[in-house]
Design a protein around this ligand. Structure first.
Ligand code: AHG
Ligand code: MN
Ligand code: MN
Ligand code: MN
Length: 334
């Protein structure tokens, strides 16, 4: 019988990797895990609970918020407020950063950026959705946390991860020493190590992009899509197109099987659709730690200057040889 290693046990075991940390990051990851279990409970019974459909409110992105967007946001913020290890939260669903003023939190070492519910358009149709989080060490003086703490470059992330609420619920995260995946065992209410040392294949045969916007894509992207579709048995083409509209679900599949996910600049999203701080940077950290590559088509995502909280970026992310090929076409044709 294989011994079960829970997320909590793993975090403590890996504590030794961080001599400077006195357990705060471990407790912060635990707090995020708790919120993920609470959100999972609602996602799993979404059809039964009054948690489907629109909340009737709009977020700063100009998106109609789903009830589950709002619920998930509340759960993660409240778990972080109670945990005491985070002094400020930046969320897709909040215009401004949320300062955690409690005595135990206001001088806490870490700030968290979060996409509480990724893939909202899929909630009501029972397709996989997720949560994405990014953790930075506070750089501002005690009690003075603010935007600069969360507008740090992606390379400064201390940890990043996602939760995928799919056929099973998993938490996948990195603290800069590889990527590990944990599957929730509902019978014991614990995330258990199921995918140690995850690595993305250098090559793959899956390309993920919303081809509905084809006519608005940059020429380099159009060329790459045609490259994916051309018959060439030596390089396993044509590839397979897989795109389900949840970044977390599309990237999780490509992390395991190999593949590339592209959300380029389009006419509707001239600066890109996906948000740098709480979607692109955390996913880029994870994929790079798994041996993959992430850029905006020209420059490494993790080195992009971060100037605004809800800043958007194009993203080409996944198997390193596939991203390199797409970048080559972007360099030649866009
Ligand atoms: P969110 O639900 O957090 O707003 O993110 C949705 C994102 C991402 O998950 C997905 O890859 C992308 O939007 C899909 O966009 P299109 O529907 O334009 O393809
Ligand atoms: Mn959204
Ligand atoms: Mn999202
Ligand atoms: Mn979201």
């Amino acid at each position: 019988m294989k011994a079960v290693k829970t997320l909590g046990q793993f975090i403590i075991e890996k504590q030794a990797d961080f001599p400077y940390a006195k357990g705060e990051l471990s407790r912060l990851l635990r707090d995020i895990g708790i919120a993920a279990k609470i959100v999972n409970r609602e996602v799993n019974k979404a059809g039964l609970a009054d948690i489907l459909g629109d909340a009737g409110t709009m977020n700063i992105q100009g998106e109609g918020q789903k009830k589950l967007d709002v619920y998930a946001n509340e759960q993660f913020i409240s778990a972080l407020q109670c945990g005491g290890e985070c002094c400020m939260v930046a969320s897709e669903e909040n215009d401004e950063c949320i300062h955690i003023e409690s005595e135990i939190s206001k001088n806490a070492k870490y700030v968290v950026a979060i996409d509480p519910l990724d893939g909202s358009s899929n909630i009501d149709v029972n397709v996989g959705v997720g949560t994405i989080f990014s953790i930075y060490r506070r750089i501002s003086p005690d009690g003075k946390a603010g935007l600069p703490d969360v507008l740090q470059r992606g390379t400064e992330q201390v940890a990043a991860g996602y939760v995928i609420y799919g056929s099973s619920t998993m938490m996948v995260y990195t603290t800069g020493k590889g990527v590990n995946g944990f599957t929730l065992d509902p019978s014991i209410g614990e995330f258990c190590l199921s995918h140690p040392n995850m690595s993305i294949p250098d090559d793959g045969v899956i390309y993920s992009i919303n081809e509905g916007y084809y006519s608005h894509f940059p020429d380099g992207v159009k060329k790459y899509i045609k490259y994916c579709q051309v018959e060439d048995t030596k390089t396993n083409r044509p590839y397979t197109s897989r795109y389900i509209g949840s970044m977390v679900a599309d990237l999780h599949r490509n992390l395991i099987k190999g593949g590339i996910f592209i959300y380029p600049l389009t006419a509707a999203a001239p600066n890109g659709k996906l948000r740098l701080v709480y979607e692109c940077n955390p996913m880029a950290f994870i994929i790079e730690q798994a041996g993959g590559k992430a850029s905006n088509g020209h420059n490494r995502i993790l080195e992009l200057d971060v100037t605004e909280l809800h800043q958007r970026s194009a993203i080409f992310i996944g198997s390193k040889n596939m991203v390199a090929k797409a970048e080559e076409m972007m360099a030649c044709f866009s």
